[in-house]
Design a protein around this ligand. Structure first.
Ligand SMILES: [Zn+2]
Length: 531
């Protein structure tokens, strides 16, 4: 089947725009005049539109997002009443769901973020309700959940977690950090495979709707790979996925052979393009907003603290060396400058110890990098995976990070321009469901570095702004490179898969603040329309 696609503008990273693509069985076989001069079976005239490669998300959590989508839809609601009415609606519509679990609510709508179990009781009191906050480190539950978990007023805070209290010591309904969250969720019934696969199909649909055909699951823990495998085997994985198995201190050694086996099982699936699992994820620190990102100099609000280093440098190196030897790619979450340096040092040592090969290590987030370390990304061939939507002075930055970092360090976050000039490779990801998965909402933020009200007027650390073209590279071809898929996808060139998105306007031509208004008309994967 030879299909000729015609459009006003067809853009591909690093190439001159064209107006025609010939697609043969899903693969681009000619472009421009060569395409127009070739025989074809069918012509698809897309009209006065802008065509570009489909987006690829280099760091997301699709299955977590899909699980959230199965519960009440409370994201972005701005009052407790709105959330309660959504929970109530969900409860009425789903009388057989034994535990109502959902997310993610905006904790900042209540001062100090301590939500009350009684508020939820007013809409659901016959079964447990557990809602996750947007930080994904906090839950708000009803009294039934507290009762089932057997958390009476005397329960002490578990080590590493907290239970918010009323004045009389009774638990109020808000619990923080995994140690406390597990007290509740360990009682919730596990999702069945059918429910898990359904969650994944919801996530895939949400990604396709916004123009994404390839994504990374950057946190695959026990039982999750099996969901992806089942979805792939039954033809329900409509977005191509790369899985990152989570390695944790003390536990990783016991998982080496398990990860190896899962990778082999995935490699043996009938459609190797659809699902891969060749990466190991390491989390080296926390977050700046929580004061847990690892810093070289102390936090200003806690002068005795430099944050949290999750791995010892020795163990991180041992683990990197072992997985790298097995040809796994490494993907390290590092946010503070001390964590970034630890990751760079460990990768540098790993490269010295193991034989040379094409490894493409990734440091994700890389929010604060010490000036001496910038050049090391290019020198070591490390990809910096940034979240473009985060590159402006958002309320979290202003209220939670700035007071902790001080102006100088705060303004030194997300040095995209400096990184480009150092020769580093940048790729983009959403970190969905932590933040929105919509590429067109994020694409121009590193260009203007302003909020939706165009503030600050001069742009936040505007010297670090990049061009919209850079951004389009970083969300397409550079993610393909991160995923070792650059010969398949990310560009519209001869020999590549016809994965492209059809937009009503060109991001190159509208005002950067209008990029988020651009509409996706269609999405094509392997030359077939999937939206
Ligand atoms: Zn993440």
């Amino acid at each position: 089947m030879q299909r000729l696609f015609k459009a006003a503008t067809i853009w591909s990273p690093g190439a001159a725009p064209t107006s025609a693509l010939l697609v043969t069985n899903g693969i681009i076989t000619a472009i421009g005049d060569n395409a127009l001069a070739s025989p074809f079976d069918e012509v698809v005239d897309l009209g006065n539109v802008f065509v570009m490669p489909a987006f690829a998300d280099g760091h997301a959590h699709p299955l977590f997002a899909g699980r959230e989508m199965m519960g009440p839809q409370i994201k972005n609601l701005q009052s407790v009443n709105e959330i309660l009415s959504e929970v109530s609606k969900y409860a009425l519509g789903n009388p057989d769901v034994p535990w109502i679990i959902g997310g993610a609510y905006e904790a900042a709508i209540i001062e100090q973020g301590d939500f009350d179990a009684h508020w939820l009781d007013s809409v659901v009191n016959d079964r447990p309700v557990v809602l996750h906050a947007v930080d994904h480190h906090t839950i708000w539950v009803n009294s039934k959940a507290l009762e089932i978990a057997g958390i009476p007023s005397g329960t002490e805070n578990p080590s590493g977690g907290t239970i918010a209290r009323r004045e009389n010591g009774e638990p109020k309904g808000t619990l923080r950090e995994p140690a406390a969250i597990d007290l509740i969720l360990q009682h919730a019934p596990a999702l069945t495979m059918a429910q898990e696969v359904h969650a994944l199909t919801l996530a895939c649909k949400a990604l396709r709707e916004v123009g994404v055909t390839t994504a990374v699951d950057a946190w695959v823990e026990d039982g999750m790979a099996e969901v992806y495998i089942t979805a792939a085997q039954t033809g329900q994985l409509s977005v191509d996925m790369n899985l990152c198995f989570l390695a944790e201190p003390n536990k990783w050694k016991n998982n080496v052979s398990h990860f190896n086996r899962l990778r082999a099982e995935i490699d043996a699936l009938s459609n190797p393009q659809n699902l891969r699992a060749s990466t190991i994820k390491f989390i080296s620190d926390g977050a700046l907003s929580a004061g847990t990102a690892a810093l070289m100099e102390p936090y200003i609000d806690q002068p005795e603290s430099t944050g949290l280093m999750i791995w010892s440098s020795d163990e991180l190196l041992d683990s990197l060396v072992e997985f790298d030897e097995l040809n796994f790619q490494v993907h390290i979450h590092a946010i503070g400058d001390a964590a970034v340096r630890q990751a760079l040092d460990a990768i540098e040592a790993m490269i010295r110890i193991n034989p040379p090969r094409d490894r493409r290590p990734v440091i994700a987030h890389a929010q604060l990098i010490h000036p001496d370390d910038i050049a090391r990304f290019a020198q070591l061939g490390i990809i910096a995976n940034y979240q473009p939507l985060w590159t402006y002075l958002d309320p979290m930055n202003k209220e939670l990070i700035l007071p902790r970092l001080g102006v100088e360090r705060n303004n030194r976050q997300y040095q995209l321009r400096t990184m480009i000039e150092s020769g580093a490779t940048i790729s983009f990801g959403s970190d969905w469901p932590v933040t929105s998965q919509v590429p067109l909402h994020a694409l121009a933020v590193p260009v203007h570095r302003q909020d939706i009200n165009h503030q600050p007027a001069e742009g936040w650390s505007k010297q670090e702004a990049i061009t919209i073209e850079d951004s389009m590279h970083f969300y397409t071809s550079n993610v393909a490179y991160q995923l070792f898929r650059e010969h398949e996808t990310g560009k519209l060139e001869v020999g590549m898969r016809a994965d492209f998105v059809v937009l009503d306007q060109s991001p190159l031509e509208v005002n950067p603040h209008e990029v988020r208004e651009i509409k996706i008309i269609h999405l094509y994967k392997n030359g077939e329309k999937i939206k």
